[in-house]
Design a protein. Structure first.
Length: 410
């Protein structure tokens, strides 16, 4: 297995060739713009991130290379669903500009009972539609806390807690698409692939377009081929015209700008499930953990880092908690660096694959002043509770420990 070291969005390693059952993969769907064209549109729109099309105002986003992290405090008052204007962007390269009219999805591979099948956007819209409210979260969300809280070195984009967003997604069931394509009883794996540009590492290795295997069992369960986000067509930065939504799983599974899906009778692999999105480190086997699937458990305050809060005043602290395994059951908050805890009030009906908003009041003593730490700790319906530390892994995935949110009482 080729091991690639990711650091600040750049990786080093040799090129990896996608194994296919039929030889070369189908050609890219029509309508894909060159990365330069996408960058030009981004510049015209006033975006601050390289290759990102939508505007990225500094009160809502922190630009991190080709990515844009949502500032969590900007979500206060936005409701349970994240507006497109606040939704984080995770790009390996640049946002492609695709023509919905000429776009095609090709389903192919030896896991079908006949030859390849093409679908237009109109074909997908003729299928029964489903709507799912679900978060999409990068597996590296909260990665920076391995260093700042635990003193451990990790590689990758230094997200805080804003590499996540919740939306109402509408589309066709992937199961319906696969049945129409003639999925075989012998099929075991799918390999969805995006239409963004090839990902080239810092040392020049071309890893091809982003793609990651998906077990057939998950594909036939709750995955949708989405063409709407919050009641409107998908915006370019979020997968226009079509993307996958894989509820409760790490964000890389929800491939944007979907172009083709290989269906195979044998397990499939790509760099995105062999070298990335596995856990490596002293606590794991040399070959790493199994490929990551479900997201973990987290909580975040809708409050700026190092916010100043006035003593002798009652403050309403708000935040959100979420779990990839089960609905949120309770959230506890500490306003004294973890010395004492009290239960927060939940403001949503907890649901799987989505976050739950909460609040707690706090009145610092009239004579209080100086720094302190606010902590939020979630427990889900399966009894999992956020730990105080997370087991280290070299690429900084799935940080689930309680985050120490520093503020100052004035």
């Amino acid at each position: 297995m080729l091991r690639l070291a990711a650091a600040a969005g750049a990786v080093a390693g040799a090129a990896v060739t996608l194994p296919t059952a039929l030889g070369a993969a189908p050609a890219a769907a029509a309508g894909a713009a060159a990365p330069a064209a996408a960058a030009g549109v981004a510049e015209a729109a006033g975006a601050a991130g390289p290759g990102i099309i939508k505007p990225l105002p500094s009160d809502r986003f922190t630009v991190r290379g080709t990515n844009a992290e949502t500032k969590f405090e900007s979500l206060a008052g936005t409701g349970r669903l994240t507006p497109v204007s606040h939704f984080f962007v995770r790009n390996h390269t640049t946002t492609p500009v695709l023509d919905a009219e000429t776009w095609r999805l090709t389903v192919w591979g030896d896991g079908l009972t006949s030859g390849p099948r093409e679908f237009t956007l109109a074909d997908l819209k003729r299928l029964p539609s489903v709507t799912r409210a679900a978060v999409v979260e990068c597996a590296g969300n909260a990665r920076s806390f391995f260093a700042t809280q635990q003193g451990e070195e990790v590689a990758g984009t230094a997200w805080t807690l804003g590499a996540i967003g919740a939306a109402r997604w509408r589309g066709a069931r992937l199961a319906d698409v696969l049945r129409l394509a003639g999925v075989s009883r012998r099929a075991v794996d799918l390999l969805p692939r995006g239409l963004d540009a090839d990902y080239v590492t810092a040392d020049g290795a071309n890893l091809g377009r982003v793609r990651r295997p998906l077990p057939l069992a998950k594909a036939m369960d709750d995955v949708i081929v989405a063409y709407e986000m919050n009641g409107a067509p998908l915006p370019p930065d979020h997968g226009h015209p079509v993307r996958l939504i894989v509820p409760s799983w790490i964000g890389i599974a929800s491939i944007k700008w979907l172009g083709d899906i290989e269906v195979s009778t044998a397990p499939l692999s790509s760099p995105w499930n062999t070298d990335f999105y596995r856990l490596f480190g002293d606590a794991y086997p040399a070959e790493g953990s199994a490929p990551l699937t479900r997201q973990t458990l987290k909580s975040a305050f809708e409050l700026p880092w190092n916010a100043e809060l006035r003593a002798g005043t009652t403050h309403r602290l708000t935040g959100r908690s979420w779990s990839g395994a089960a609905p949120i059951a309770r959230v506890d908050v500490s306003t004294d660096s973890g010395a004492t805890w009290r239960r927060a009030r939940l403001h949503d009906t907890p649901r799987s694959a989505n976050w739950t908003r909460w609040s707690a009041s706090w009145r610092p003593g009239a004579g209080a002043s100086g720094p302190t730490r606010l902590l939020a700790r979630a427990t889900d319906a399966r009894g999992r509770r956020q730990p105080l530390t997370t087991v280290h892994n070299t690429q900084g995935y799935l940080f689930d420990a309680v985050v120490r949110h520093e503020v100052r009482v004035v």
